[in-house]
Design a protein around this ligand. Structure first.
Ligand SMILES: Cc1cc2nc3c(=O)[nH]c(=O)nc-3n(C[C@H](O)[C@H](O)[C@H](O)COP(=O)(O)O)c2cc1C
Length: 335
């Protein structure tokens, strides 16, 4: 049976790319789509920014046909602003809208947005209802287990938000107080899955970084799909590797050096296409080390790559990497 969000058919067990600020932009999403992500999201976009017509926020609405299905994620503390931002984002033509009730960072959560709504479920319900009413698109929500250990109220969140019309819920198995520390705990996510009142798809998120873990947690926690964030950074192959393991029970060989270099070049090209040569080259800098993680003595190349401004020279450096590491074992066999 397929997992469905509105009319969007996501297949039997979808793998979602997590929204990640300053990471999940169109160039990164391009390589993740090639890697096999079934549903992707933009990074979170400030509702206030969209309403003010802030160029930075508007730019984040850019979506491309090859990305579908794609959701735009918004956040905010004011219900009216969220309603208005939903109307604006809907015009950008995504397949669905997503609300962030999970962001723990101070300047979001302490300004009444993101995870802070976990402290005021009544307001969260009203805000969600306003968003659902403001768009013809399906609305999904991403949140955490609760604010802290004493208020793990995500089950109430699941029931009440389902009642007012959200069509899927992704739960990161940590509380706000945990930030990104400790291990994610999906036990409560399974309880929600077992709650007969809850009918919408429930996606598990947090710490999935290998095909074996994805398969084990799928079985153990009974989720409808898995969202992957950090493990996809510099490693968009995670999606196809997880799928291969699900299908065959065997580990797929990791990407070759050549595949890594091709993905890195593609990411760079897309970044330049989308942001222009200057900003595109600059924003790519944070990704090089991730694509070549595990290569011995890579640091001098990384240093050169992150300083270089000339696009042709960057490609030449990547050519050199290809030659220098030609005889290094495939990454999967190096560990
Ligand atoms: C750099 C970074 C940026 C993030 N930005 C967002 C965001 O914009 N919206 C959101 O809902 N979650 C955001 N998150 C949280 C992730 O979506 C995800 O819930 C979290 O990383 C746990 O999943 P993972 O262990 O697979 O990475 C961010 C996480 C990271 C590491």
């Amino acid at each position: 049976m397929s997992v469905k969000i509105g009319n969007i058919d996501l297949g039997a067990f979808p793998l979602l790319l997590a929204p990640m600020e300053d990471v999940s932009d169109p160039p990164f999403r391009y390589v993740c789509k090639q890697g096999g992500a079934d549903l992707m999201y933009t990074e979170f976009i400030s509702s206030e920014g969209l309403i003010r017509d802030a160029a930075k926020s508007r730019k984040k609405l850019d979506i491309f046909e090859y990305e579908r299905p794609i959701g735009i994620q918004i956040f905010g503390s004011d219900i009216e602003s969220m309603r208005e931002a939903t109307e604006i984002a809907t015009l950008a033509g995504p397949d669905l809208m997503d609300i962030n009730y999970g962001c723990p960072v101070k300047n979001v959560a302490c300004r009444g947005a993101g995870a802070s709504l976990l402290q005021d479920i009544d307001k969260m319900v009203k805000m969600t209802e306003a968003v659902v009413k403001a768009t013809h698109l399906p609305v999904t929500v991403k949140t955490r287990l609760g604010w802290d250990d004493n208020t793990k109220n995500v089950e109430e969140v699941a029931e009440r938000l389902q009642d007012i019309g959200i069509q899927a819920l992704t739960i990161h198995g940590r509380t706000r107080a945990q930030l990104y520390k400790g291990e994610a705990d999906w036990t409560l996510i399974r309880e929600i899955k077992r709650n007969p009142r809850v009918k919408i798809p429930i996606f598990g998120n947090g710490d999935v970084d290998s095909p074996q873990k994805a398969a084990a947690w799928r079985m153990e926690y009974e989720v409808d799909g898995i969202m992957i964030g950090r493990a996809a950074i510099g490693y968009p192959w995670i999606f196809r590797e997880v799928k291969h393991f699900f299908e065959t029970g065997e580990l797929m060989a990791g990407p070759t050096l050549e595949e890594r270099i091709i993905a890195c070049r593609t990411h760079l090209d897309k970044s330049i296409e989308w942001k222009g040569p200057k900003v595109g080259v600059f924003e790519m800098r944070r990704h090089y080390a991730n694509y070549f993680k595990g290569l011995p003595d890579f640091k001098p190349y990384r240093m050169m790559l992150v300083k270089e401004e000339n696009i042709a020279t960057i490609h030449e450096l990547l050519d050199e990497v290809a030659v220098k590491y030609e005889h290094v074992l495939p990454f999967s066999e190096m560990a």
